[in-house]
Ligand binder design. Structure first.
Ligand code: NAP
Length: 286
């Protein structure tokens, strides 16, 4: 599969988002492991998870434990797989997501993630979402300390605008490697951050690239050009969506979520689709 740089590493251009395997509506553990394995079989080398991917605080870390279990059970080599996790959210258990940006909390959360993932250092640790009660520089400062202490190998932020990206880069002394923001045919307002990451030479990781869990089939209805181009290139509208993102920047690494092996195989195949500039403009306008 096509490869893309992130920090000092190279990963598959399309990753796997683990969230549908851990939150409400998730499949059973066997199917969840089979989905991660199908993704690895397809050449995926970046898996995105978070300590908060769970049904509630009683099983905080569910997603990380699942990823660790799936990697340990995989029959092939997994040394080249980058596990990207996040801290800064919690799930009380009522369906909501709370934010916790106190640097002491972020560091504690990272320690717990290290144990659950069973590693000495986390490949990519991302601060999940700005906490309005804590200065951004302080929350991101926790990542700088974690890098200095060798507990994380690379640092990223999520749900950050251009000003926060620049501030994070400053706080981290130029060591910010990625930004993970929502970006899909229906949600394009982070296009500015995508372009900014391209200029900075850091990875842009679109979350919910297909519009979110259960919404992937809305693409063809709401954005007909994706179905049109899909027919032209012999792919699905969802695959064209991922190919369109890859065409938008050399640092873009979408992480579509899957709850079934079928979609975990179909998504990475989109990295092999090349679109013409005319097709990309038509999708931009749709
Ligand atoms: N940083 C943040 O704040 C944040 C927030 C949300 C999500 N995320 C991350 O982003 C990842 C992706 O987002 P998401 O899971 O919310 O939504 P998504 O990737 O936009 O959509 C997931 C849905 O798309 C379907 N799908 C996947 N590949 C497909 C394909 N090739 N063809 C047709 N349907 C396909 C899946 O179906 P099946 O279930 O049937 O497989 C699933 O219902 C998450 O898993 C998580 O890691 C981060």
């Amino acid at each position: 599969m096509q490869q893309r740089p992130i920090g000092d590493r190279t990963v598959s251009a399309i990753g796997l988002g683990e969230m549908p395997l851990s939150i409400e509506g998730r499949p059973d553990r066997r199917q969840a492991i089979a989905t991660i394995h199908a993704s690895l079989d397809a050449g995926v080398t970046i898996i995105d998870t978070a300590d908060a991917y769970s049904l509630g605080v009683h099983e905080h870390g569910h997603g990380e434990e699942l990823v660790a279990e799936a990697l340990a059970a995989y029959p092939g080599p997994t040394d080249d797989v980058l596990v990207a996790t996040k801290g800064g959210h919690r799930r009380p258990g009522d369906g909501s997501w709370t934010v916790h940006g106190d640097p002491a909390y972020v560091k504690e959360a990272c320690e717990a993630s290290l144990k659950r993932l069973g590693v000495e250092a986390i490949g990519l640790y991302q601060y999940h979402r700005p906490d309005p009660t804590v200065p951004w520089a302080e929350s991101v400062g926790a990542l700088a300390d974690l890098l200095d202490e060798g507990k994380i190998l690379m640092a990223g932020v999520s749900n950050a605008n251009v000003a926060r990206i620049d501030e994070a880069q400053q706080v981290l002394g130029g060591r910010l490697v990625s930004v993970q923001n929502e970006f899909s045919p229906r949600f394009r307002s982070s296009e500015g951050e995508l372009e900014h990451c391209e200029r900075l030479g850091i990875a842009f990781i679109p979350w919910s690239p297909l519009g979110g869990i259960g919404n992937a089939d809305d693409i063809q209805r709401d954005h007909p050009a994706f179905a049109e181009v899909a027919a032209e290139v012999g792919a699905s509208p969802q695959q064209v969506t991922l190919a369109w993102m890859l065409a938008k920047g050399s640092r873009v690494i979408p992480i579509p979520g899957s709850s079934r092996p079928e979609t975990a195989i179909a998504s990475p195949a989109a990295a092999g689709i090349s679109l013409t500039p005319e097709q990309v403009s038509r999708l931009d306008a749709s």
